[in-house]
Design a protein around this ligand. Structure first.
Ligand code: WTA
Length: 571
């Protein structure tokens, strides 16, 4: 297939020559950029924030925040001081290195202060997406035995405080009333806390962050990253996001997901740029005006968002001055060529796709400013990363053959464990020396990688990973549901939507009301993004003789494809 390439638009970028960099790169060189290279004292929060206080970046804006009711900016010095205070709040509670502290808040400055303060006392931060409902919150706190959670008055009802024996401290922001006995006021503690803090130094291999993510079976798994990941966060920020001193960077991802921490906290601040955070809901007007108002230069978003902007029409985009943009990037799901052409036409920018996962901790494959883009391709491996395609026996495949996208183990930001589940961790490394991603892809003769799909049943809806098992488990808790099978159904805007096939218990009849009720049940019990947008009632679901629902058959039904080998089907 002949693909039209989009030429390099601007020559000025940190990375000038990809091939040369790839050939000569050494992660050990990047280590020299950190203060711990001299001092031996390691802490992500120190490198991301405090270190800049010794430089002219001290009074530069680190965080520019906006939502529907607040607009505030914080310098590096101010973030340092506030996170010191929050570190003291935690220390007073007896929180020490290695403890798990969860942050369950909408995007507000307090979220960022809480994350940084947690890291400063050496605790491991567990970010939770604000849309999570009680069951999702409980699963994650239970599995990680979190000792503390920072949340808001509005989200507090979703934290089952009395059902979590390990959870000792609940810190609440934004309560207008006196807090109930046993709860701690964020504002009150912060007002009393000292802004002098002795940072807890850690080892590079000590725990940094625990991101829960979904697989196709079982409950969400806790992917643990360590402070060492900063090496990759710094360098990918330089060469992929192309951070320059005066950049105004906007990453649209929520810190509940890995993009919102690796590239919505660590990478930009390690690189000392100004970061814009927009809270509140998506709307094309809000988004475009964010770029216009703060003169965003580097913008990192996701295909679903670009498709929604594209769907809003060129009339909307024309009302805004987006000329500050100089670099646009995308992650999380396949970026259709159509969107790339839309970007060229309306933003006058190439959209640079890149690929990585929660488990990989940082970007691994990308399009670079200095490189031609083939629309539809994820690009080429980052220097220092050996990516390839292997077959099901672990043999490397030649170009243009589809197989398992695999990475040579040992990059700096690679996950270090799956919390409480060494067997699950091991599943990624069944072929010695390789991390197997679970994505299928191929590589062309020029070394560009092309995404093909997931190998397992994980659903990617609007760039958010949804595990079908979690949704199915919730569905069968509903009194009307006998059995449920959940799949991703292709969708032009969201990539995929969650679709549930349901068989009802005796005495229940399919109806639109029941459908709405079941959808609401998942939305309120688990999370809005996990609730099935489509529900189809069936008398019977296809099952194996051992009783497992065959999602593959459901998917074939949905797509009108042959159902394949049904020899293990129950009847
Ligand atoms: C998918 C998000 C196509 C992929 C950082 C991967 C992509 C999963 C791309 C990880 C891309 C991510 N093109 N698919 N550029 N980037 N994916 O853990 O299936 O939320 O395995 O990490 O998203 O999603 P996760």
């Amino acid at each position: 297939m002949k693909v039209e390439k989009i030429p390099v638009m601007q020559t000025q970028s940190n990375l000038q020559n990809y091939d040369e960099a790839y050939a000569n790169f050494d992660w050990a060189e990047v280590e020299k950029e950190f203060s711990w290279y001299e001092t031996g004292k390691v802490n992500m929060a120190y490198e991301a924030i405090d270190r800049h206080l010794l430089t002219p970046r001290k009074d530069k804006i680190a965080l520019q925040f906006i939502n529907d009711t607040r607009e505030e900016s914080y310098s590096y010095a101010q973030l340092s001081e506030l996170s010191n205070k929050f570190g003291n709040v935690l220390r007073k509670l007896g929180i020490v290195k290695g403890d798990r502290v969860f942050v369950f808040m909408p995007r507000t400055p307090e979220l960022y202060v809480s994350v940084l303060g947690t890291l400063k006392v050496g605790a491991i931060v567990g970010p939770l997406f604000e849309a999570f409902m009680e069951a999702a919150v409980r699963d994650r706190l239970e599995d990680s035995e979190a000792v503390a959670i920072v949340t808001t008055a509005a989200l507090l009802p979703r934290v089952p405080v009395n059902e979590l024996p390990a959870l000792k401290h609940v810190i609440v922001f934004g309560s207008e009333e006196e807090l109930a006995e046993g709860l701690i006021s964020y504002e009150k503690e912060m007002a009393e806390a000292s802004s002098d803090l002795e940072i807890q130094w850690v080892d590079r291999e000590d725990g940094l962050i625990l991101h829960y993510t979904s697989g196709s079976t079982g409950k969400p798994k806790g992917v643990l990253h360590v402070h060492n990941a900063m090496i990759q966060h710094l360098q990918t920020g330089k060469w992929i996001l192309d951070f320059q001193e005066d950049d105004i960077f906007w990453c649209t991802a929520d810190p509940g997901w890995v993009t919102g921490t690796s590239y919505g906290i660590f990478s930009p601040w390690l690189n000392g740029v100004t970061m814009v955070v927009r809270g509140g809901r998506f709307s094309p007007e809000n988004w475009y005006s964010t770029i216009e108002k703060y003169k965003v230069t580097v913008w990192y978003s996701a295909p679903t968002s670009f498709r929604m902007l594209m769907g809003a029409g060129d009339e909307v985009v024309k009302q805004f001055d987006l000329s500050s943009l100089r670099h646009v990037l995308s992650v999380g799901e396949p970026l259709n060529p159509e969107v790339v052409y839309w970007g060229l036409r309306t933003l006058n920018q190439r959209i640079h796709d890149n690929w990585w996962m929660t488990e990989t901790g940082g970007q691994l494959i990308s399009n670079y400013r200095c490189m031609e883009i083939k629309p539809g391709s994820m690009g080429k491996p980052f220097p220092g990363i050996h990516a390839t395609i292997i077959d099901d026996q672990g043999n490397e495949l030649p170009p243009n053959r589809m197989g398992n996208l695999a990475i040579r183990t040992g990059w700096p930001a690679m996950m270090r464990k799956i919390w409480n589940n060494p067997a699950k961790y091991q599943e990624y490394f069944n072929f010695p020396g390789w991390y197997v991603s679970g994505d299928s892809a191929y590589r062309d003769e020029e070394g560009y990688f092309w995404f093909q799909g997931r190998i397992d049943d994980v659903i990617n809806t609007s760039g958010e990973r949804v595990g079908p098992f979690e949704v199915e488990s919730k569905l069968v808790e509903h009194p009307a549901v006998a059995e449920a099978g959940v799949i991703g159904k292709p969708d032009p805007v969201r990539g995929e939507i969650v679709k549930a096939f349901i068989s009802l218990r005796a005495g229940y009849e399919p109806s639109d009301e029941l459908m709405d009720e079941i959808r609401k049940f998942v939305r309120e019990g688990l999370a809005a993004h996990a609730a099935p947008r489509e529900i189809e009632f069936r008398d019977k679901l296809p099952k194996t003789r051992s009783g497992k629902i065959m999602r593959r058959v459901l998917k074939a039904w949905e797509l009108g494809l042959p159902t394949g080998d049904l020899s293990t089907l129950e009847d």
